[in-house]
Ligand binder design. Structure first.
Ligand code: TMP
Ligand code: MG
Length: 286
């Protein structure tokens, strides 16, 4: 057993099963591996020094690109819908339409702000976005071993790309599925492109991108990282999966949600702000 799996933040429903999956994936070799990860609150930190860190949306919400009046409206949306997102007493069916409503209302507000494309990099630079400790090793090692990393995010693609670009880890092995901004000819945000991705339709998002998974068909072993139960479907487009190891970050409302996370993720990390466990697994598999 990897020593990191004894860290106090680690919980496993079935440690023996985790061991078996790890051994099977290790035996298959790193050329059969692909990594699929959520972005917000999975690759980025949930909190730093007791203060919440921003999601992609929050990076914009808190920036100079948004008027005070609009900031207030976005904050109201967050205060209304985030508690629903993490409410363990409501079913996905109950939450789904409300999440669509959140994303739709937030995107409509952002579009009204006539955000300029060339100011996004500054907004990210001035933000408090933080990748989790260990991100450099995570991204660099996957790149050096030619392992594809799919970042599958219900956040904003333009923003998350900028976060990893500024961190120096947007390597060529990284592919992003997310909500991308559509700008007019003068570089002003006019809409979001394509089908909306929210936290509960990643399965549909995956199935729209069969080409990507087709290209990776020689890699039937998947390491999946997420922080929401919606992230569990990110690998639904992978063809003929052999093994999948699911690592879930449980950042908030830990006691209420622990059982449901333990039931669906192989490894649950309780309030763990680092990529230490994921990196140990990645190093073992490569
Ligand atoms: P993820 O799929 O990369 O984790 O991104 C989804 C997160 O974005 C989810 O946890 C909720 C968050 N979010 C905001 O913080 N503000 C918003 O306005 C919206 C629509 C989502
Ligand atoms: Mg997330």
């Amino acid at each position: 057993m990897l020593p990191e799996l004894s860290n106090p933040s680690v919980c496993m429903r079935d440690p023996q099963r985790v061991q078996e999956i790890l051994e099977s994936m290790q035996k298959a070799g790193s050329n059969t591996l692909q990594v699929i990860s959520d972005f917000d609150m999975t690759l980025t930190r949930f909190a730093y020094n007791g203060k919440r860190c921003p999601t992609c949306h929050n990076i914009l919400d808190n920036s100079k690109l948004i008027s005070n009046d609009c900031k207030e409206k976005l904050k109201n949306l967050l205060d209304t819908y985030y508690p629903i997102e993490i409410d363990s007493t409501r079913s996905v069916d109950e939450k789904l339409p409300l999440m669509v409503e959140w994303w739709t209302r937030a995107h409509d507000l952002l579009v009204e702000q006539r955000i300029k494309k060339d100011l996004l990099a500054t907004a990210v630079r001035e933000s408090e976005a933080m990748l989790r400790d260990g991100y450099q090793l995570f991204f660099d090692h996957l790149y050096e071993h030619s392992i594809p990393l799919l970042i599958f995010s219900a956040g904003i693609g333009d923003i998350l790309e900028e976060v990893i670009r500024q961190a120096g880890v947007f390597h060529p092995n990284v592919k992003v599925f997310s909500n991308y901004m559509d700008f007019d000819e003068s570089g002003v945000l006019k809409a979001f492109k394509g089908e909306l991705i929210h936290i509960y339709n990643k399965r549909e998002g995956a199935l729209l991108n069969t080409g990507h998974f087709q290209e990776l068909r020689t890699r039937p072993n998947v390491l999946l990282l997420g922080d929401s139960l919606g992230d569990l479907t990110m690998a639904d487009g992978v063809q003929d999966i052999e093994n999948i190891l699911k690592i879930g970050f449980l950042n908030d409302k830990v006691e209420e949600r622990k059982q449901s996370y333990m039931d669906s993720y192989d490894i649950v990390l309780l309030k763990d702000e680092t990529l230490e466990v994921s990196n140990a697994i990645m190093l073992y598999l490569t």
